[in-house]
Write a protein that binds this ligand. Structure first.
Ligand code: TRP
Length: 337
């Protein structure tokens, strides 16, 4: 049977715990997409090496991530769930694409710039620099049509498109040029205490970040302490510039209730910030407790999780080989047999 659905590829790194930001920005959309697209959901363990420290147990984090994918509604009978390092073709294509990318293109990447600034350049590992080319390999290997990404990954996607177009120009249309799918609301959840920066799992201050598996007490406290503003009289409405804290909380509530921001603004009219926070915290706890129960169910079944990853890697490898073989042939690598 020929599968004519468009191909969708996405990945998250298995480092650390998934956050509410990961869920709302990315994973939430994944389960809905399974019927409309042929989906590949990858666990980017090779990418995680760029920020490895001796506290990281990648094997455990990978199992955590698969369990969370399943808990968030990704169905291994509909989608391919696999681990990046299990499909060696990613590294093969990575090298080839390195040779079709420019130093200056990578040097421009804002994510590289922000990571590099904290260290000095000669202490920065090369993986942080070449990271977007491995992303390009991930995506292009599967002739991906769409990549659901948060706004922060948009620049990387642009680079992937540039590389694909460059390669296609020389070698006659080998790659499908992927298009980013960016969701209008809630695609970027911000940090709770510094709502001008993105919510991140690696934030030093854990009060900035809600993790999907946080306890109820912790969620209640983090929301209670989230920064708002001192507008008098206090008013709840969406204004990303002037009211970044309140707007972020509205984004979160909108994502987990599926209600439009304008509708929430009406419902919350006249409320104090503390009342709004209360509603948000309770709604969020209920919402996350369902995911948490399901997560624990899967996480306790390691055999099943490994089976899912094993089956996924077999399917992914078959697809990856199709693209890689075409490229080898275009590059005039010698084939024997
Ligand atoms: N870079 C992404 C992140 O840090 C993870 C990732 C790796 C990815 N490969 C990808 C995302 C390909 C989309 C497509 O979250």
């Amino acid at each position: 049977m020929i599968d004519s659905k468009p191909i969708l590829f996405s990945a998250v790194q298995p480092s650390g715990q998934l956050t509410l930001g990961n869920y709302i920005g990315t994973i939430r959309h994944w389960s809905k997409m399974q019927d409309d697209y042929e989906c590949l959901y990858c666990i980017a363990d090779l990418h995680a090496l760029t920020t490895l420290n001796n506290q990281t147990f990648l094997n455990e984090s990978i199992l955590d991530t698969i369990a969370l994918y399943l808990a968030c509604g990704i169905d291994p009978n509909k989608s391919i769930i696999f681990i990046q390092s299990h499909v060696v073709q990613h590294c093969q294509l990575n090298w080839i694409l390195n040779c079709f990318s420019n130093f200056s293109e990578l040097f421009r990447m804002t994510q590289f710039k922000s990571k590099k600034n904290n260290n000095t350049i000669n202490q920065t590992n090369l993986g942080i620099f070449t990271y977007p080319i491995l992303m390009a390999a991930d995506i292009l290997l599967y002739q991906t049509n769409f990549v659901p990404v948060g706004k922060d990954q948009k620049q990387h996607l642009e680079l992937v498109r540039d590389i694909a177009n460059r390669f296609n120009f020389i070698y006659n249309g080998i790659f499908t040029v992927p298009v980013p799918l960016i969701h209008k609301y809630g695609s970027k959840i911000m940090s709770l205490l510094e709502p001008k920066k993105k919510m991140s799992k690696s934030d030093k201050n854990q009060n900035n970040t809600i993790f999907l598996l946080d306890t109820e007490e912790s969620i209640l406290l983090k929301i209670k302490n989230a920064i708002t503003d001192s507008e008098k009289p206090a008013k709840i409405y969406y204004d990303i510039e002037k009211k970044s804290g309140i707007s972020n909380l509205l984004d979160i509530l909108s994502a987990i209730t599926n209600k439009k921001i304008s509708c929430l603004e009406k419902e919350l009219e006249g409320m104090r910030y503390s009342e709004f926070k209360n509603i948000l915290a309770i709604t969020l706890c209920n919402f996350l407790s369902k995911i948490k129960d399901s997560y624990l169910y899967y996480r306790n079944n390691t055999v099943y999780l490994k089976e899912v990853a094993y089956n996924g890697s077999i399917q992914a490898r078959l697809k990856a080989d199709l693209t890689l073989n075409k490229i080898y042939s275009k590059l005039k690598f010698l084939t024997i047999s």
